[in-house]
Each structure stands twice: as C-alpha cells, then as structure tokens.
Design a binder for this molecule. Structure first.
Ligand code: MLT
Length: 402
C-alpha cells in the first residue's frame, strides 16, 4: 500500500488513547505480579448494576421481540419518539428548559457524538478547548486535521486552550484568539468542577456575538447537587442560537455497557439540525429497541427514585475520597457535584510518575492528569464509580503506604 493514501493527521496524535495506555500499564503490572489486588479508580466506569426498573423494561422489550406482532426491525435513526419524549419530560421540562423532542437525537454514546460532531464543520475552523478536558474533544479534531502539530509543552498548534485551574476557580476565561467552535464540559471531566451560570452566560454571549458555536458536554449533569448550578447549557439565555448539548445514560444510569446517549440540537440552528439528521441517517442505524426501552424506564417515578439512589451512592464515595484525602493533608478539587476528584500532587510530581508509584505501593489505579491536557500535569484523577468498600481499602492503603 502506498503510504500517501493514509490520513497523515493521525500521526500527530500521541501513541495511544489515554485509557488504552492506562489499561496497558495495568495489564503489564498484573502480568508481573500474579497476586496483585488492584483497586481500579481510573477509567470512569460504573460498577453498580442496572436498576430493577431498567431490567424489567429490558425483559419486557426482549419478550416483545420474540413475538411476530410486536417484533421491531430498524428503528428511527433519531431515536424512538417514546424515548425522546421521555427525555423532555424527565430532564428538560421539570427545569423549565425549552427543548423539544425532535431536537433530541438518540445515539449509542456521547463519546461517539462528541467525536463525530466535528464532521459538520469546515476543515479550517478554529477550536477552543478547556484544559484539562476529556481527550476526545481534542483528539477527534487532531484526526480531522484541524490542528497543527504537538509542541514541546504538549500543546497543539492552532488550538486555543481555555485554562481551568485553582487560580481561576476552574472558570475559564473567554478565548483570547478568534475561534468558531468552543468545547465546554460541565461538570468537568476530569476536574469534577462545575461551570457557574455567570461563566456559561459569558460564553453564550461571546458565541452569539462572534458567530461561534458551543459544544457542551453535559454527561455528568445528574451529579450536580446544587440546583443553583446550571445542569444544561439551555438554561442560559441565548444558548438556543449557539449551542449543542451532549448527554449520556452511561453515568446517569449505569449504561456504559448498554450504550445510550443523546445530543440536543435546537431547531434555531436549523442548518446544523438538518446536517446532523443527514449524518445520522447516512451513517447510523439507531440504538436497539431494547436499549431505548431500558433508557425510558429511568423516567418513571420509581425508575427516577432508583436511579438517584445509585447516584447518591456514588456521591457518598466521592465525599469519602474527598474527606479522607483532605484529612491526610492533600489538596483536592471536584467531587461535590461530580463523580471525579482532582487530586493535587505534592511537590510537583509528574502525574504519570505518580501513577506508577501509586500502583507499585498501593495497587491503586487512577488517571494521570496530564492525559487530559498540559494543565492537568501535577494532578491525578480518582473516580467515585468504584465499589464503596474497595474504595475505602484504597484510601487506607494510600494513607498508610504512600
Ligand atoms: C473517563 O474515564 O473519562 C470516561 O469513562 C471516559 C468516557 O466516558 O468515555
């Protein structure tokens, strides 16, 4: 094969995707330490089983598929109306947010949607991304050739980084260079901090003033405990003319292995709404009927109660991590409205070095902050999605052995 037929931009990316690198390191450790008892607080994968309401709905849907009169083949690429309407009723209407069911596109994951959305934009649009942030936002644009090369500091040329750190209370400033696409993520992965209404309003006003678009990753919104904090970009005045929102059942309802999410594109952005519809109908055949019935089930009264019980459980683990690390003298952020704790490493230790030290001394896995961007260097992310009792053991090991 002639190498010139290859997309050259993939070579601009670091060797492997962050969580693949981590998985490889764990596998290497395990093969060298046969009796290892590793506690995984790295990738944000849920550990609680699906709630009974969801399981019942899935069983029922499977039974429907077994009968000729209720069997379903291809569903609508945009999602079944029953789920799109349930999302409006369960997520947006109670907060008085103006989102209609035909503005919701159901998909098999926010990761895919966040990565795929950039296809709708010109190759030379300038992007702004928070630093640190979920790596998919940046990597997908690198793959599309929308950035220059990686410099020595770890920054991609041509990208505007929106620093979010303790100095600015994790509220990034507006971009200093002209940009057309702005990624925002709140509650933020990895810092576990939340953008305030004032910050979001500032970005929405900027976007509307400058003809820019905000791509808002709200995958963790259900962990927000304080109703004064915005759950959705569409709570912000003016957002319907400048924002797209991504949400997921993965972290809300433990669907990481089931796969269901949705993206909201307001009809005020008519061109993008129609382009995404064109894209999905061309490249995607929808989420399975059984999965969509499962997702719908979290919005019954009992489903919502059970869902929130699980979320409360994860938040109790987040509170435990925060309090134990703080009591041990560490500085931590996040974890109050998000399932992630952002741990400041002592003495400026590099986050990948710390990963190795933590694994070797405590057999605990977390995620090195620098994997989320240069501002993440010197930090480490722990997830509250692990089993509560195992997390207690991890914290005990950290206190005793680190
Ligand atoms: C994470 O650990 O950051 C998440 O699990 C990644 C994801 O949701 O794809």
């Amino acid at each position: 094969m002639n190498p010139s037929i290859i997309n050259p931009y993939y070579d601009r990316l670091p060797g492997s995707y962050l969580f693949s690198t981590i998985a490889k390191k764990i596998a290497e450790y395990e093969s060298a330490h046969k009796n290892a008892d590793i506690i995984r607080l790295g990738i944000g994968d849920v550990t609680s089983p699906l709630i009974p309401e969801v399981i019942d709905a899935m069983h029922k849907a499977v039974n429907e598929m077994a009968l000729k009169q209720s069997f379903r083949g291809y569903g609508p690429e945009q999602g079944y109306d029953f789920l799109r309407e349930a999302i409006v009723r369960g997520e947006y209407a109670p907060r008085g947010i103006d989102v209609a069911s035909d503005e919701i596109f159901v998909s098999d994951g926010s990761k895919c949607d966040v990565a795929n959305i950039q296809e709708l934009f010109a190759a030379d649009v300038k992007i702004a991304i928070p630093d640190p942030v979920y790596p998919v936002c940046l990597d997908s644009n690198v793959m599309a050739g929308r950035t220059g090369s990686l410099d020595q500091v770890g920054l991609f040329e041509g990208v505007t980084y929106l620093a979010a750190n303790a100095q600015n209370n994790f509220q990034p400033e507006l971009p200093q260079n002209p940009v057309q696409l702005i990624y925002l993520c709140s509650p933020n992965n990895p810092t576990g901090t939340v953008l305030t209404r004032e910050t979001l309003q500032k970005f929405v006003d900027y976007a509307n003033r400058n003809g820019a678009l905000i791509l808002f990753d709200g995958a963790y919104n259900c962990y927000i405990r304080d109703d004064a904090l915005p759950h959705s970009i569409f709570e912000i005045e003016g957002a319907r003319t400048c924002a797209i929102e991504f949400r997921s059942f993965s972290k809300t309802a433990g669907f990481t292995g089931i796969r269901c999410a949705y993206t909201v594109i307001p009809k005020d952005l008519a061109k993008l709404h129609s382009m995404w519809n064109r894209r999905q109908t061309t490249k995607f055949n929808g989420v399975s009927y059984v999965t969509q019935r499962a997702a719908e089930a979290i919005y019954t009264e009992e489903g919502w109660r059970q869902t929130n019980e699980v979320i409360d459980g994860y938040m109790a683990t987040a509170a435990l991590i925060r309090s134990e690390l703080t009591a041990a003298g560490y500085t931590v952020f996040g974890g109050e409205h998000a399932p992630y704790i952002w741990w400041k490493l002592p003495d400026g230790e590099k986050s990948f070095d710390f990963f190795d030290r933590l694994l070797a001394r405590c057999e605990v896995v977390g995620t090195p902050g620098s994997g989320f961007g240069p501002m993440g260097e010197g930090y480490f992310r722990l997830t509250a999605f692990g089993d509560h009792e195992r997390t207690k053991i991890a914290l005990k090991r950290i206190k005793e052995r680190l």
